[in-house]
Design a protein around this ligand. Structure first.
Ligand code: GLA
Length: 742
């Protein structure tokens, strides 16, 4: 195990670093900025008071560490804070290139973590170590704040860390405060600027609508700066994903090597700049500085989003298990509660339904064992009915032609049959063809003097405007406050292309990107708190909003509109690096017209659901679905709450395989997905208790296929992990789901 320490080693200045450096800097600036320096000095004293003895005393070592990861900090001459590169030999020389949180404008020439335009127009910032505080939160996580300040300006920056020791997780963010005479402008404000060795491989994920997370790319970070970003505002992702993996030992491996997962808890535009200069690779992560200058008023604090880091010394598998375990506690809602089987009407009916058609779907749903019915898009709008995607968004009143008595009887009919009822909504959006837009054309995000640009025929409401915030909150309450609605899908089907707000003043237009997301989180938080028993799905035209900034208010996410199971195998594999499979909605559909048994088996490996018109499904397919649901109900405790082991990577090969193991290791479930014809090779499960006995049973075997040769036999975990099991699937588009029970 790589057991490093996270230490802050002071230099001689550390007896009273503030004091000495303060005087020194004043002296240096004296000739140039006599007047400014005096003003700054007075202001500094007003915030900091008299410099206090260093909080690092008595031995000056700050030992912050997780179980197997750490980052070393050191204060150098002049009081600057440096960071020793992760996974690199300690360099005794403290160079500007290894500053902990580099500041632009006074000597640092690479990509900065922070850049400020001060009230007097000065574009430089210098940050000097001031103090450190450490305390435990109510969950036993350690909170560490390293305070830095600018000796020439009353600006304070706190580097904040929240450490989940056992899981090797560090969340990192920055808080910026000032007391200058007028607002300062934040041009760069990274959440984290971690420095690593120069030998780092980056794995990132590219995709587009209907191909989210489908293209993993692994490459060495060569000299220069590699930027991954998004500039689309209301959702983090359409192309690049806000999560990545860094490997310190070459191309990352599943069960060996030092890897670090990074994920930004932010649903807006983000930027990851991997700056490889002489001192190492610096990962600058945070809000995208593009067009996002933020005017910070005196006395206010700017808090960046949190950057999540998860370390593993034993490869990607362990990294994911730690991250999933963290997510159950902090990254999603109800992480220890199994999810129910959902039937969605989207593929069955599209926009074409009325009361009777929907109710007609309930009995077949109940018959095959579904537990929850989700009514998708198309239930609202009267003057401009939502009968296609051209009209109605914003008018959240049920369409009385289709649903004469609104939603309550629909929900009641479901509940009467023993099904829960859920509803789709897209509260942030409006169609120009809507009563809302007729009344409030100025509520949308748009650029004056430019023609409105529609995406999917819709516009985004400007959430920085208080009336819009109130409207959206009221709409959400009206929709999910209806009795018997216990599930909602929150969608967001477009992104910002014309970033103009009619609410923000002309000189604060750049705040739109950040204020929108913060207002969105306030809404999501209120929704989660007001409706604690309503399960929420996070959707954004597929997987546009899959990030831990939003997910903490939700139970699950919709990974992609692309539901072809052949694509879902690698896509769900990639999502699983960062997100627990119980949070991934995986629905059986007709996309790709794959065999029903294969489609069901793939969906069973995450949060199982269906998007099928059961009234038209052939009897054989229905029987396969019913068998899959019944098997799923038996294994979901293991697949949803157990630990994931990725066994065979499906990218570019003939099959993929994974298994789950229950926390007490008494049960496991192995999935094998045959994507192409190939040899019928054994699959070796992992994570079993070597000493325990496991009996093999194939769940819901495919009709007409020979049973597994090992069916019903019992082996020790050691034997199974060594010799493997021979799945019944061997041809393209066959799958096996095998239960190992003790
Ligand atoms: C988005 C979602 C789909 C569906 C439609 C409805 O595209 O990703 O699942 O809900 O909206 O319009």
């Amino acid at each position: 195990m790589n057991y490093m320490t996270f230490s802050l080693i002071p230099n001689p200045y550390d007896c009273q670093p503030n004091n000495r450096h303060f005087v020194y800097t004043l002296f240096m600036k004296f000739h140039r900025y006599l007047f400014l320096s005096i003003v700054a000095c007075l202001a500094c004293l007003s915030i900091y008071g008299a410099p206090s003895p260093d909080a690092l005393a008595p031995n000056g070592i700050l030992d912050l560490k997780t179980k197997s990861f750490s980052v070393g900090f050191q204060v150098g001459d002049g009081g600057r804070l440096y960071q020793h590169a992760v996974a690199a030999p300690v360099n005794p020389k403290l160079l500007r290139a290894s500053e902990a949180y580099p500041q632009a404008g006074d000597g640092y020439v690479w990509e900065p973590a922070i850049q400020i335009i001060h009230a007097d127009g000065n574009t430089s910032t210098d940050l000097i170590y001031q103090s450190v505080t450490r305390k435990k939160d109510e969950f036993g996580r350690e909170l560490v704040r390293i305070r830095l300040h600018d000796p020439a300006y009353p600006v304070e920056v706190a580097l904040c860390f929240r450490i989940d020791q056992a899981r090797d997780v560090i969340e990192e963010w920055t808080e910026i405060t000032h007391h200058e005479a007028a607002p300062i402008v934040l041009e760069h404000m990274a959440s984290s600027s971690l420095l690593l060795s120069t030998n780092v491989y980056l794995t990132h994920f590219f995709g587009d609508w209907a191909s989210e997370m489908l293209t993993p790319i692994t490459e060495p970070l060569t000299p220069g700066t590699k930027v991954l970003d998004s500039k689309i505002g209301v959702r983090a992702d359409q192309f690049n994903n806000p999560s990545f993996i860094l490997s310190m030992d070459g191309v990352p491996q599943e069960n060996s090597g030092r890897v670090l997962a990074g994920s930004l808890e932010w649903s807006g535009s983000f930027q990851f700049a991997f700056d490889n200069n002489a001192e190492g690779v610096r990962a600058l992560c945070g809000i995208n500085p593009f067009s996002s200058q933020y005017y910070l008023n005196p006395g206010e604090t700017f808090v960046t989003p949190k950057m999540l880091w998860v370390w593993s010394s034993n490869g990607l598998g362990e990294m994911s298990r730690k991250l999933h375990s963290w997510a159950r506690d902090y990254g999603m809602r109800d992480g220890y509660k199994t999810r129910q089987v959902l039937l969605n009407n989207w593929e069955a009916t599209g926009f074409d339904f009325d009361f009777n058609r929907v109710v007609g779907l309930y009995d077949p749903a109940k018959e095959i064992g579904a537990e929850l019915f989700l009514l998708d898009d198309g239930w609202f709008g009267n003057k401009y009915p939502r009968v296609n995607d051209h009209a109605g968004l914003g008018d959240w009143q049920p369409n009385l032609k289709r649903l004469p008595e609104g939603l309550p009887p629909l929900a009641a009919e479901a509940v009467k049959r023993g099904l829960r009822f859920g509803i789709w909504m897209e509260p942030e959006m409006v169609n120009p063809k809507s009563e809302l837009f007729d009344e409030h054309p100025d509520w949308v995000i748009a650029q004056p003097k430019r023609e409105l640009e529609l995406q999917r025929n819709q516009l985004i409401l400007d959430l920085t405007r208080p009336e819009v915030q109130a409207f959206e909150w009221q709409s959400i309450q009206n929709i999910i406050g209806i009795s018997n609605i216990t599930y909602a899908k929150w969608d967001c089907n477009r992104y910002i292309t014309q970033p103009g707000s009619t609410y923000l003043p002309p000189d604060r237009q750049s705040h739109l990107w950040i204020d929108y997301v913060n207002a969105l989180y306030a809404l999501m938080e209120k929704t989660a708190k007001t409706f604690p028993d309503t399960e929420l799905m996070l959707c954004s035209g597929g997987g546009g909003r899959v990030d831990y900034g939003a997910l903490k208010y939700f139970h699950e996410f919709w990974p992609s509109d692309y539901t072809d199971p052949v694509a879902r195998v690698p896509m769900q594999w990639d999502y699983s690096y960062f997100f627990p499979p119980m949070a991934m909605a995986s629905h059986v559909t007709h996309w790709g017209n794959r065999p029903m048994h294969f489609a069901c088996s793939v969906a069973m490996s995450a949060r199982f659901g269906m998007d099928l018109d059961l009234t038209k499904l052939p009897a054989e397919d229905k029987a396969v679905c019913a068998g899959a649901i019944s098997a799923y109900k038996r294994i979901r405790e293991v697949t949803q709450l157990g630990d994931l082991y990725r066994l065979e990577d499906p990218h570019g090969t003939f099959r993929g395989a994974l298994n789950y193991v229950s926390p007490d290791q008494t049960r496991a479930v192995v999935f094998v997905f045959q994507l192409n014809n190939g040899q019928n090779a054994v699959v070796r499960p992992e994570g079993l208790d070597p000493a325990k006995n496991y009996t093999i049973h194939e769940c819901n075997p495919a009709p007409g296929r020979a049973v597994m040769t090992q069916e019903g036999k019992t082996f020790t975990g050691e034997t199974l992990m060594r010799d493997g099991l021979l799945p019944s699937c061997s041809k393209a588009l066959e799958a096996s789901v095998v239960e190992l029970g003790s």
